[in-house]
Write a protein of this length. Structure first.
Length: 557
C-alpha cells in the first residue's frame, strides 16, 4: 500500500506537470493568436485544465488514503511480529491462524509424576500463553477493522472518479444539467434553491456549468470553496489576457493584479466574487477564512473612493485585525458563562465586499466636498443611484452566505461605512441579518413616515430595517464631516432603536489603552500602542459586534 501510494503520487505529479505545460503553451500561443479560433482553443484548454485539476485532486486523495491506512496497518503488523518473533521467540509456544496461543507441555519428573513444581510451571506457561493470545487477537481485530475502514475509504474516493469516465459523446451529465447547458433551463436564482441544486451535482457537471458561464463562482448560494475555486480559475484567465493586451480586460489589469496580490499575501483567504464585466468598476469580495464553517460572519461594505485596485489589500488587512481581535475575545470566553458560554471557542470570518460600483472622485481639503475637476464623482456621491443599484446584490450576497453555511444558525452581521452604509441600509430593507453596524454614515436611505416629499428629522421608518430590535449599532466620529452632514436621511445616531457606540479614546476590558476615531477614515484603522498595532476604540467595537459580544462593546454614556 505504501509503495503504491508513492508510485501513484509520482504519476500524479507527472500528470500535473504535463497539464501545467499544456496551459503554458496555450497562454504563449494566445500572445500571437487572436480571433474566434483562438478563443475556442483557449476555452477548450481551460475546460481540460478544470477537469485535470479535479482528477489530480481525486487521485491525490486516493494516494493519501493508501498512505494513511498503509502506515496504520503497518504499525499493527509490526506490533504483531514483535510479539511473535521477539517476545515469543524460543518459548516453544504455537499460534493458530485465529490468534489462539498454545503453551508447550512441561515434561513431568519421572520420579515425581504429580509434583507441584510441574503443575506450577505449566500454570505459568499457560498464563503467559493466555496473555500473548489476548494481545494477538486484539491486534488481529484491529488489523481487520483497519482493512475494512481502508476499503470503505478507498472505495468512496474511487467513486469520485466515476464522473470522469469518458463516453463517445464526452463526459456524462444528467438531463437536467444538459438542459441548462443547452439553454432550455436556468440555474435557480434563489441562493437557497441554488445551493440545494448544486449539492446534487458531480464534479464533471459543475465543470460543465463553469464552461458555459465562467462567472459561475459569483453566484450566491454556491459553497464558498467552489466559489473560490472557480473565481481563481477565472482570475488566472483574465489576468493572463489582460497582461497580453486583451481589450476586454486590459483596462482592469491593475484591479486583477491587486486581487492576485491580496490572495497571495494572505493565505487562507477566499475569493467569493471576481467580476470585471458588469459594472464600470471591477468588483471583488474576499473572505478572511471560510465563511461556511465560521459561527460568526460579517460582510463589510465600503464607501466613497473605494475600488479594487487601490483599496482591496488595505481593507483585507483591516479585516484581519478585526478577525484577530474577535477570535481572541471568543477564545477567552468561559464555557460556563450563562450568557456567552455557548460562543466559547467560536471564530469570526469577515468578508470584504466591493461588489458594486461606488462613487469615485478627488476630495478637497473638506471631505464633504468634491474637486470641480471630478464633477461625475460629485454627482455620484450626492445621489443614491449607485447605492440602489448595489443594494440588491448585497442583499443577495447576505442570503448566499446563509444558504451555503454548514449551520443555518450562523450569526450574520451587515457592516457599512460611509456611502457603503447607504447601500447596506437599503440592502437590509430587502433581507434579514442578525446585526447591523454602520459608521461614518450619511444616512440609511430609509423612507419617511409622511413621505419623502416633506422630510422631518426623526421621522424615518426604522422598522423597515430587517434587523431585530436591540441589534442596530452606529458610530460617529467627532470630526467626521461626512457623517455630520447627512445626505440620505438622518444620521443613525439620531434615529430611535440604534445603540450608539463610543469612538473616543478608551481603555477596553482587555486592558489596552485604545486611541479614538475622529476623522471619516479612522474607524477600522490601527494605531501604534506601546510599539504594537492596535485597533482603536471603534475597531474594538466592530470586533465585539461581529463576534456577537455586544456586552463587551463600549457604549456612549
Amino acid at each position: 500500500m505504501l509503495d503504491f501510494a508513492t508510485d501513484l503520487g509520482k504519476q500524479n505529479d507527472s500528470f500535473v506537470t504535463k497539464v501545467d505545460a499544456m496551459e503554458a503553451s496555450v497562454d504563449n500561443a494566445m500572445n500571437h493568436w487572436k480571433g474566434e479560433g483562438a478563443a475556442a482553443a483557449s476555452e477548450k484548454a481551460m475546460a481540460h485544465k478544470l477537469h485535470s485539476n479535479h482528477l489530480a485532486t481525486a487521485i491525490d486523495s486516493i494516494a493519501e488514503k493508501y498512505n494513511t491506512y498503509g502506515v496504520s496497518l503497518g504499525d499493527t503488523r509490526t506490533a504483531l511480529i514483535r510479539i511473535l518473533d521477539v517476545e515469543m521467540n524460543g518459548s516453544g509456544m504455537t499460534v493458530d491462524d485465529d490468534g489462539s496461543v498454545h503453551a508447550p507441555k512441561v515434561p513431568s519428573d519421572p520420579d515425581h509424576p504429580n509434583s507441584a513444581t510441574t503443575a506450577l510451571n505449566q500454570q505459568v506457561l499457560d498464563g503467559q500463553a493466555s496473555g500473548y493470545e489476548s494481545r494477538i487477537k486484539a491486534l488481529l481485530t484491529q488489523f481487520g477493522d483497519g482493512e475494512t475502514a481502508a476499503a470503505q475509504a478507498i472505495t468512496t474516493e474511487l467513486q469520485t472518479l466515476s464522473g470522469y469516465e469518458t463516453k463517445p459523446d464526452g463526459e456524462p451529465v444528467r438531463s437536467n444539467v444538459q438542459d441548462i447547458l443547452d439553454g432550455k433551463a436556468q440555474l435557480p436564482t434563489d441562493p437557497k434553491k441554488l445551493h440545494d441544486f448544486w449539492e446534487t451535482l458531480t464534479p464533471a457537471e459543475k465543470d460543465a456549468l463553469y464552461e458555459k458561464d465562467q462567472y459561475l463562482g459569483n453566484r450566491d448560494g454556491l459553497p464558498s470553496v467552489d466559489r473560490d475555486h472557480y473565481n481563481r480559475e477565472k482570475l488566472d484567465d483574465e489576468l493572463t489576457r489582460a497582461q497580453n493586451g486583451d481589450p476586454a480586460v486590459k483596462d482592469k489589469l491593475g484591479d486583477l493584479q491587486a486581487i492576485r496580490d491580496t490572495l497571495d499575501k494572505n493565505p487562507g483567504t477566499m475569493l467569493l466574487l471576481m467580476d470585471t464585466q458588469t459594472g464600470t468598476m471591477a468588483h471583488a469580495a474576499i473572505s478572511v477564512g471560510n465563511p461556511d464553517t465560521a459561527a460568526n460572519v460579517s460582510v463589510h461594505a465600503p464607501g466613497l473612493n473605494t475600488n479594487v485596485k487601490n483599496s482591496l489589500g488595505g481593507m483585507v488587512d483591516e479585516a484581519k485585525a478585526v478577525k484577530t481581535l474577535a477570535d481572541d475575545r471568543l477564545a477567552k470566553l468561559d464555557p460556563k458563562d450563562p450568557k456567552y458560554g455557548q460562543k466559547a471557542g467560536q471564530t469570526e470570518v469577515p468578508v470584504v465586499w466591493i461588489g458594486s460600483d461606488l462613487p469615485q472622485g478627488k476630495l478637497t481639503a473638506d471631505p464633504t466636498e468634491m474637486d470641480h475637476t471630478t464633477l461625475s464623482g460629485a454627482e455620484d456621491v450626492s445621489s443614491d443611484k449607485m447605492a440602489k443599484a448595489g443594494a440588491p446584490k448585497l442583499a443577495s450576497f447576505y442570503d448566499g452566505m446563509r444558504a451555503s453555511h454548514d449551520d443555518s444558525s450562523v450569526h450574520l452581521t451587515a457592516v457599512g461605512h460611509s456611502y457603503g452604509s447607504v447601500m447596506t441600509g437599503l440592502a437590509v430593507q430587502q433581507t434579514k441579518v442578525d446585526d447591523l453596524l454602520v459608521y461614518g454614515s450619511p444616512g440609511l436611505d430609509l423612507p419617511y413616515k409622511h413621505g419623502n416629499w416633506w422630510p422631518v428629522s426623526g421621522d424615518q421608518e426604522v422598522s423597515k430595517l430587517e434587523v431585530p430590535d436591540g441589534h442596530r449599532y452606529e458610530m460617529t466620529g467627532g470630526n467626521d464631516k461626512v457623517a455630520n452632514l447627512p445626505r440620505f436621511g438622518d444620521n443613525p445616531r439620531t434615529l430611535p432603536g440604534f445603540t450608539h457606540l463610543e469612538t473616543a479614546p478608551h481603555t477596553t476590558v482587555d486592558g489596552v489603552n485604545r486611541d479614538g476615531a475622529s476623522e471619516h477614515a479612522d474607524y477600522p484603522r490601527t494605531t501604534k500602542v506601546d510599539g504594537k498595532d492596535q485597533l482603536r476604540t471603534s475597531g474594538w467595537n466592530i470586533a465585539t459586534i461581529v463576534a456577537g459580544l455586544p456586552d463587551e462593546a463600549v457604549k456612549k454614556p
